[in-house]
Ligand binder design. Structure first.
Ligand code: NAD
Length: 362
């Protein structure tokens, strides 16, 4: 059954490729249902409930087809609210049976980071394309295993970097690419919020908690995307003002990155401070964005008077539609597993720097 499913998926990709050349949809004539890919959300916590499920009511290339949850009461509530048939509802134990379900094309893993690897690998083995939330996983080894599993099953792996689908973020990436103001000299990048929770996975090491993987990847992405380069060394310092809550992981991380061109970045992330901005100083100008990684309203300006303020209805809907188009047309994803891995390489180096108190080469 699994093999038949893969055959079907490769037919889908072929149909998508044919669409590129013929200019009209082969899929539409062969399988009209598959104009919209079916997504199963794994983990029905805050992000699935408040952002992804509502976004899936706006998407054009995919729809909410199934759920995977460990909580039977959530299954009941979601089944009613989103009209999900019983046959598309799984728990963590029977999840692998999803291989036999043609309604599900994509599994979207929205669990605590320590669980990402297991569910991405199981989804890939079931022959499903995979979307995985950030941070991709707690370690480089995990990320590499996830990428390898998806490659082995010939399925795509997209990381939920919604901002990379936001035209306001793409605007500053283009400034770096075009060298509009010359070379980048200095970046200041911050992302944090005050988290009032006192007993959550974000405060537990074993579940992949700590601010660095959580909000820290936004600060890091700000620096990486604004320079268009990968950092070569980092020095970092972790701290907490609430040691009774942040016993196992850091509440705040400050890190400085060096880039090959000579650009430097000072980055901050925290579960104790509301902050969200990006400032870039170039040879011949500057750019500012605040907020830089909001769900909406990311906006800013440049030294030549250019305003960055593109409207966007739903980042998550745009992200999922664009990732589905990449699956249907067999084209490159905006943020594939390799992009998640790039961040986690830096995150690992940051923790090494905290432990040694020294600068670490990446
Ligand atoms: P959450 O705590 O609200 O939900 C986590 C879900 O995992 C819950 O349904 C919970 O029941 C389930 N779960 C299963 N096993 C668990 C365990 N052992 N401990 C705790 N929960 C367990 O978390 P969330 O905020 O929805 O985050 C989930 C993922 O989504 C994380 O990777 C997070 O970084 C990511 N996220 C991304 C964005 C974004 O903007 N892209 C925003 C928020 C969260």
């Amino acid at each position: 059954m699994q093999i038949e499913r893969r055959d079907f998926l490769s037919t889908l990709s072929l149909a998508g490729a044919a669409t590129l050349f013929s200019g009209h949809s082969l899929l539409a004539s062969t399988n009209p249902k598959k104009e919209k890919l079916g997504i199963a959300l794994v983990g029905l916590g805050y992000y699935s409930t408040d952002l992804l499920a509502p976004a899936l009511q706006m998407t054009e290339k995919c729809h909410l087809a199934g759920i995977v949850t460990g909580t039977p009461s959530k299954a009941e509530a979601w089944k009613t609210k989103y009209n999900i048939p019983d046959k598309n509802i799984y728990n963590y134990q029977n999840f692998d049976k999803i291989a036999d379900n043609p309604d599900i094309d994509i599994v979207y893993v929205v669990l605590p980071p320590s669980m990402h690897r297991e569910f991405v690998v199981r989804a890939a083995k079931a022959g499903k394309h995979v979307f995985c939330e950030k941070p991709m996983a707690p370690s480089v080894a995990d990320c590499e295993a996830m990428i390898a599993a998806c490659k082995a099953s010939k399925v795509k792996l997209a990381i939920g970097y919604r901002c990379q689908h936001d035209p306001n973020i793409q605007a500053y990436m283009k400034v770096a690419k075009d060298q509009k103001f010359g070379k980048v000299k200095m970046v200041n990048s911050a992302a944090g919020y005050f988290d009032a929770r006192t007993d959550h996975w974000k405060q537990k090491k074993s579940l992949g908690g700590g601010v660095m993987g959580d909000m820290g990847v936004y600060a890091l992405q700000g620096a990486r995307l604004a320079t268009g380069e990968e950092p070569i060394s980092v020095i970092a310092q972790a701290s907490t003002t609430r040691p009774e809550i942040y016993k196992e992981v850091e509440e705040t991380m400050m890190f400085m990155l060096d880039f090959p061109s000579g650009a430097r970045a000072a980055c901050q992330t925290s579960f104790g401070i509301n902050m969200n901005y990006l400032q870039v100083s170039y040879e011949k100008g500057w750019l500012k964005l605040e907020p830089q990684s909001g769900y909406s309203g990311n906006k800013g300006s440049m030294s030549d008077g250019t305003i960055i303020n593109f409207p966007i209805k739903s980042q998550q809907a745009k992200q999922m539609d664009e990732d589905c188009l990449a699956i249907l047309n067999n084209t490159d994803l905006i943020a594939p597993g390799e992009e998640g891995l790039r961040d986690i390489r830096v995150v690992e180096a940051i923790y090494k720097s905290v432990a040694s108190g020294k600068s670490v080469r990446i």
